[in-house]
Design a protein. Structure first.
Length: 340
């Protein structure tokens, strides 16, 4: 599917696992692949594809070296999702800067599909057809023309698909809890949100590896295992609201360094506030206090998208959930390759 245009009776452009040898031995396909006339070229091509697949699976780029965009994509996709390799392999012949940019946009696109729990069947046919387009783009000899064509692909394929999923994603995130998806994906989500805010706080335009957030614990602001008096206090402040539901909502979660998290433990919000201020992550510090620095600075600009809270109840958690959803829209979006 990566290397050849697929035509079959189903007209879905897909070759399934149990159909591979039938497809290869069909007369027209055998002539196209040309393994009979040029067997060693066929084997070399196959070997190169395997090498690239292993590079990508290990978080490396198309040059075989460790790669931040690919590592971030791997954190989103995990080990079970593999359909995106069709596009990665088809685009692997792009120059490294263009390929790295493509990988980042693919991550943004897949975020919408994975976090809406869309069936992979929706993408299977599309990815096979898109691989045909990417091969043509890679083969484009004129570099400016190739960049323009790649940006057109990103807009018409990735951005268009994300636009179709936008309302569905918003609904999914409004209902999102710690158990909505695998824990590693919730950690990925919180890491990207935290990284984005940290970068904006420091006035940085580009974000890098998520390694700085590896191993950082997910903190329940409303405690996971509260004492009875805290549970009663919440019930008074938020009548008719289920504590167990709200403690796991996205708006109640943040990243917090383990030593601070151990101290914060299951305490009341008022007791946790000074501890949050010790965090190295501004998204966590901003829960209780926004930094007051300058006018129209990078800090004031990100502050406009954040909020500090004096109390912590169901209404507050809902407000922060919506705040994080707005940040999601700022982070996961398709950007054209510069210079095209």
């Amino acid at each position: 599917m990566v290397n050849y245009k697929i035509e079959n009776e189903r007209r879905d452009a897909v070759v399934r696992e149990d159909e591979i040898y039938d497809w290869l031995t069909a007369k027209d396909n055998a002539a196209t692949v040309a393994y009979g006339d040029h067997p060693f070229e066929f084997v070399r091509k196959l070997t190169r594809q395997v090498e690239l697949f292993l590079h990508f699976a290990n978080g490396c780029g198309n040059d075989g070296t460790p790669n931040v965009p690919m590592a971030n994509l791997k954190r989103l996709a995990g080990g079970a999702f593999s359909l995106h390799f069709v596009l990665l392999l088809a685009a692997s012949g792009l120059p490294k800067p263009a390929f790295d940019h493509f990988v980042t946009q693919l991550e943004n696109f897949l975020f919408y599909y994975i976090f809406t729990k869309s069936p992979t069947k929706e993408l299977e046919k599309a990815f096979s057809l898109w691989a045909d387009e990417l091969r043509s783009i890679v083969a484009e000899a004129d570099e400016p023309a190739r960049q323009r064509r790649l940006n057109t692909f990103l807009a018409e394929r990735f951005q268009a698909g994300m636009t179709e999923k936008e309302a569905e994603l918003g609904d999914a995130l409004k209902r999102y809890t710690l158990h909505s998806m695998q824990k590693y994906r919730t950690h990925y989500l919180l890491s990207k949100l935290t990284q984005h805010v940290d970068a904006a706080y420091r006035g940085l335009k580009a974000t890098g590896s998520l390694d700085d957030y590896r191993g950082i614990e997910i903190e329940h602001i409303l405690p996971d295992t509260p004492e009875d008096d805290l549970r009663k206090t919440f019930a008074v402040a938020s009548p008719g609201v289920d504590y167990e539901t709200y403690k796991n909502r996205l708006g109640n979660l943040t990243l917090l360094e383990k030593p601070i998290n151990i101290v914060a433990s299951n305490d009341f919000f008022q007791a946790k506030k000074p501890l949050y201020q010790k965090s190295g992550y501004y998204l966590t510090r901003s829960i209780t206090q926004l930094a007051d620095v300058g006018v129209n600075s990078s800090i004031t600009r990100i502050n406009a998208k954040l909020a500090a809270f004096a109390v912590w109840d169901a209404k507050t958690i809902d407000q922060r959930q919506q705040l994080l959803i707005e940040l999601v829209r700022d982070i996961w979006k398709v950007v054209p390759q510069a210079g095209a």
